[in-house]
Ligand binder design. Sequence first.
Ligand SMILES: NC(=O)c1ccc[n+]([C@@H]2O[C@H](COP(=O)([O-])OP(=O)(O)OC[C@H]3O[C@@H](n4cnc5c(N)ncnc54)[C@H](O)[C@@H]3O)[C@@H](O)[C@H]2O)c1
Ligand SMILES: [Zn+2]
Length: 360
Amino acid sequence: MDPVRLTVATPSRTYPIILGNGTLASLTRWLDEAGTPARRFVVSNALVWRLHGERLTSVGLRNPILVPDGERFKNTQSVSRVYDALIKANADRASTVITFGGGVLGDLAGFAAASYLRGVPLVHIPTTLLAQVDSSIGGKVGVNHPLGKNLIGAFHQPHAVVIDLAVLNTLPRREFRAGLYEVIKYGVTSSPGLFDRIVRDRTAIFAKKPEVLLPIVAESCQIKADIVAADERESGLRRILNFGHTAGHALEAVTRYRRYRHGEAVAYGMLVAAELSVRRGALAKTDRHALADLISALGPLPPIGDVSIGQIVDAMKHDKKMVAGRLHYVLPKAIGGTTIVDDVTEKEMKQALRTVGFRR
Ligand SMILES: NC(=O)c1ccc[n+]([C@@H]2O[C@H](COP(=O)([O-])OP(=O)(O)OC[C@H]3O[C@@H](n4cnc5c(N)ncnc54)[C@H](O)[C@@H]3O)[C@@H](O)[C@H]2O)c1
Ligand SMILES: [Zn+2]
């Protein structure tokens, strides 16, 4: 199967996404074609390297810089470890940083690449579904601060993104689902066809059949690429990607990033947004049902019944999406379209949270 090539054309850089099953076998070619400097430093974690490192050593990329695995290590200390290794190896501006892992690894090693020597070339090789369809595209890199998620960061577009579906074979089912919720997000914001394909092909998707999964990952990447091309720094259009993320981020924060995978919290966030929209008469009930049905058909979500509405509303007040004191909220208008509003009242929000199942 020939790889699919997509292009991300942003004001700061135009770069390819190479996507297929087995693409890593030709990694050297993609790196050369993207014009990345030949001194290449891989950053990964022990788990991903143990499972898939052979795919890189077989094309001559050895001795990775390893950082600890997990969202709690997505911090400036881990970035420092990457700097230490780069400095010891005399990495210079004619060096490439290659990230090999999920979204946590890509964000933190990408931030190291953005800041080391004021920025060195970066290539992402995302290994979770979420990283393949979302975090590796668009140039947002960064780490958490003890007082909040993703508070330290930069925009640093990669020179290339190389996606190999083969690495997903080892991804736990729960992580796979977490990525699928972000694919559903793209369906709701931008593509009814994508949404319908997930409904129809669910079983084949979970079986990770490349002929079914490839078009789904490709369309997701294309949607994200188009959006970041139009609005690299999130001043307008890119905000629609926050659909499901306002209540989602609040839910992650109040449960201290422990109970839910990011995508799971987004799944709840999408349900909250759909409920708000139905209450405003902006979304048909049948569309809200279609969304709820698809989310529940994918499998169980960790429960929310003990999370209080008040906590969620408080957490939203600290949201980065606040602009001049108003929360910009992405509401679905249909499967395949959204609108951004800034007048959601606390009362409306509490009612929607109640309907979705949060505790009074
Ligand atoms: N930069 C962006 O635009 C953007 C967008 C969305 C999310 N994010 C960030 O992405 C992060 C979440 O990323 P994630 O969901 O990929 O989680 P993750 O990076 O924590 O990966 C989940 C787990 O799966 C492991 N793993 C990775 N690849 C694997 C494989 N092929 N087989 C088996 N296990 C594998 C990881 O090591 C980790 O233990 C969050 O920090 C979020 O803020 C960033
Ligand atoms: Zn997300």
